[in-house]
Ligand binder design. Structure first.
Ligand code: ZN
Length: 132
C-alpha cells in the first residue's frame, strides 16, 4: 500500500460539518460529490499528501445514516492508495481478509475502491483505492 490517501469521517450534515472543518483545517472544501449507488455525499479537503473525506448520508436508510445511528459521528474508514487494486485484493484474500465487494467499484474522486470487512481488521473499516 502506498500511503493513507484519505480518512473518511461520517457527519450528520454538511451544513454544519463543512464550515467547521474549513475552520479547523484552515482550508476550503475543494470538491463535493454524490455517490448515488452508496446514498452518500462526499466533501473533500486536502491536507498535504492526505485528504479528509466527509461523508453525509443522502437518505435515511443509507450506510452512513445507519453508521451514525449505531456509533455516532466520527471516523468511518481509512483509505490506502494502491497501485494495482486487483493484485492487492488478491493478496489480502490470500492472507485471510474478507472483502466487502468482490470486484472493485466506482468510488468518489474518480477512484476504484474496495472495502475490507472490519471484523478482520480490529474494527477499522479499510478502503483500498486506486486512481482511475
Ligand atoms: Zn473513502
Amino acid at each position: 500500500m502506498l500511503k493513507v490517501e484519505h480518512i473518511g469521517i461520517a457527519v450528520k450534515n454538511f451544513a454544519d460539518a463543512v464550515p467547521l472543518f474549513e475552520k479547523l483545517l484552515n482550508s476550503s472544501c475543494y470538491k463535493t460529490e454524490a455517490v448515488v449507488s452508496e446514498k452518500v455525499n462526499t466533501a473533500f479537503f486536502r491536507q498535504g499528501e492526505t485528504k479528509i473525506e466527509l461523508l453525509e448520508s443522502s437518505s435515511p436508510d443509507g450506510v452512513i445514516a445507519r453508521f451514525i445511528e449505531k456509533k455516532g459521528e466520527g471516523i468511518h474508514h481509512i483509505a490506502f492508495e494502491v497501485s494495482d487494486i486487483h493484485a492487492e485484493m488478491k493478496r489480502l484474500v490470500g492472507e485471510g481478509f474478507v472483502l466487502l465487494n468482490e470486484q472493485p467499484k466506482q468510488g468518489a474522486d474518480n477512484k476504484l475502491v474496495c472495502f475490507l470487512h472490519p471484523k478482520e481488521t480490529n474494527g477499522v473499516l479499510i478502503e483500498l483505492c486506486q486512481e482511475r
